[in-house]
Design a protein around this ligand. Sequence first.
Ligand code: HEM
Length: 447
Amino acid sequence: MDMLLNPLDRRHRLRSDIPVVPGAFPLVGHLPAIVCDLPRLLQRAERTLGSHFWLDFGPAGHLMTCLDPDAFAVLRHKDVSSSLIEGIAPELFAGTLVVQDGGAHRKARDAIKAAFLPKGLSQAGIGDLFAPIILARVQAWRDRGEVTILRETGDLTLKLIFSLMGIPAQDLPGWHRKYRQLLQLIVAPPIDLPGLPLRRGRAARDWIDAQLRQFVRDARAHGARTGLIADMVSAFDRADDALSDDVLIANIRLLLLGGHDTTASTMAWMVIELARQPMLWDALVEEAQRVGAVPTRHADLTRCPVAEALFRETLRVHPATTVLPRRALQELQLGQRRIPAGTPLCIPLLHFSTSALLHEAPDQFRLARWLQRTEPIRPVDMLQFGTGPHVCMGYHLAWLELVQFCIALALTMHETGVRPRLLSGAEKGQSYFPTAHPSMTIRISFS
Ligand code: HEM
């Protein structure tokens, strides 16, 4: 941890009477520690400064971070705004619903959300679409015997999200390339010259938007079924006060982004946990054999409690989104402190997900906490998806595809008597921001 903080920044400083964590570097602030070791950074700050402190997110500025459970509830508060996200990644998120508040946000979200609820997913046959793609991929892993897991799950989840959009199989390589270039916008320095990431990322975004615009036109012209896009277009067109196609297109692009890295990271952690805990694998194989086939509908998921528990516990221990930015629009009470209007906030989902206040033995990976529960899932049990008006729209989709993945993996590997095994330590090289994921280099063998 010490190596990740600036030893020359030791001053005790206050902003709005709240301490700033020492150790920030010029320009990048605390980002090295946030990216590489957020859990220990938060623990150290709590131990030395208490539950409220400022972290410096480099180009995104200082965010007041609060570890009091009130901070999670703030996500439901009408006086906090998501507009800060646009300031952090304008090239990617401007015009999308994730940066909007109030009526504008509700209107765009209402037009899309039905397609992502269990009924919409079932009607569009998404489970049937995904099952063969997942099975083919895990069979290829078994045949190869060894894989770099995050690269593989990244590829698989991208294929799933593209197929969800109805992108024809032969066009996938082109989309892959453009999507990778689009992601460069997250880290692009603000220099707009040919060949540099900003120029390339913007060109890729324009290419993707032009393709999506054509999909939307086709869906209207032919009533064509292009995955979920047709459903979203008709919901948009039915909205009382029609929204422009630019809004629809920006939000379809948001779905590509929202549904990729998060799911890929969770899938990779699932395989890692299954590889390092043989009893978990045995329990999953037993369930997969009992179920006999990859489930395709939400109603079938109740028959897969072990896979569901694995999905929930993996996300609890390894939440893919570790922090959420917000801005207080009015003065707020957060724990023991009043926070002035205008304060930029960091809501540390990672802290709550692994907090002893919410979970018994929070550091232990225990399926039993889900398998033995009798009460329904509460918002706090799925806090890894946020809460309030911006709660993840892809929750049901992620649940479906991750349970499908577990069952497909267990069935396929067990067929030839192999199981996942970890070929390197899982602890080193994981990252926590902007999306958390295990080390890029972790290899898994199926033997
Ligand atoms: C394990 C998988 C996933 C995790 C952990 C996750 C996490 C989250 C979180 C924490 C938020 C809240 C953002 C905020 O409040 O600012 C969010 C929002 C969102 N997610 Fe997910 N997500 C996942 C999968 C997906 C999938 C599969 C999709 C769709 C294909 C998706 C689409 C979205 C969208 C569109 C939003 C914005 C909602 C809004 O602002 O109203 N996510 N997600």
